[in-house]
Design a protein around this ligand. Structure first.
Ligand code: Y12
Ligand code: CO
Length: 175
């Protein structure tokens, strides 16, 4: 399956993703195609809506203690539901759909999430730290929410200005 990453301000990113009902070859093809595109773009998390598929599907591949990513640590979540959140933490987040922009975002420190795997089996995961942050960031994508939507209005205005300038420069450099 040929996929490409949708970048802000594409309206697609505001869409709410639909519940997955069929755990079939089409879903497996989507998951299998999301993994290389995430790895090739230095990502640690990717939601299906970021590759134009409005399905409740996300993948995560956090670096290990040696700062390396391996397929063994790949987590695939279908129809995730965060059932509890606790504490507070701040992390400088980035997103493959908002390249070059990083900002401190406040999130819950720990959470519990129910989801299904690629075969439809129900799972529960307790997460804290970076994994908890990544799950919240990706679940937000499934609801049409980007991390930049969580900025204060003055920071958001600054972002819009900087981002537009960056896009213009990118366009001009391709001429
Ligand atoms: C903590 C915070 C956020 C997440 C969500 C997942 N985010 C990412 O995987 C972001 C990756 C990213 C990679 C970039 O590099 C390239 O595109 C090559 C990037 O672009 C630049 O900086 C030029 C931006 C973001 C999980 C955990
Ligand atoms: Co993102």
């Amino acid at each position: 399956m040929k996929l490409s990453i949708v970048e802000y301000p594409n309206k697609k990113l505001k869409e709410k993703s639909k519940l997955v009902e069929k755990f079939d070859k089409e879903l497996h093809d989507l998951l299998d195609s999301m993994y290389p595109i995430m790895m090739n773009t230095n990502g640690i998390g990717l939601a299906a809506i970021q590759v134009s598929h409005a399905k409740q599907v996300l993948i995560l591949n956090l670096p290990d203690e040696n700062d390396e990513q391996s397929e063994e640590n790949l987590i695939e979540m279908i129809n995730p539901v965060i059932t509890s959140m606790d504490g507070e933490t701040t992390y400088q987040e980035g997103c493959l759909s908002v390249p070059t922009f990083y900002e401190d975002i406040n999130r819950a420190e720990s959470l519990s999430v129910n989801y299904q795997d690629r075969d439809g089996n129900t799972k529960t995961l307790e997460a804290n730290g970076l994994l908890s942050i990544a799950i919240q960031h990706e679940v937000d994508h499934l609801n049409g929410i980007l991390f930049i939507d969580k900025l204060t209005s003055s920071r958001r205005r600054k972002f819009e200005k900087e981002y537009k300038k960056m896009q213009k420069e990118k366009k001009n450099s391709k001429k």
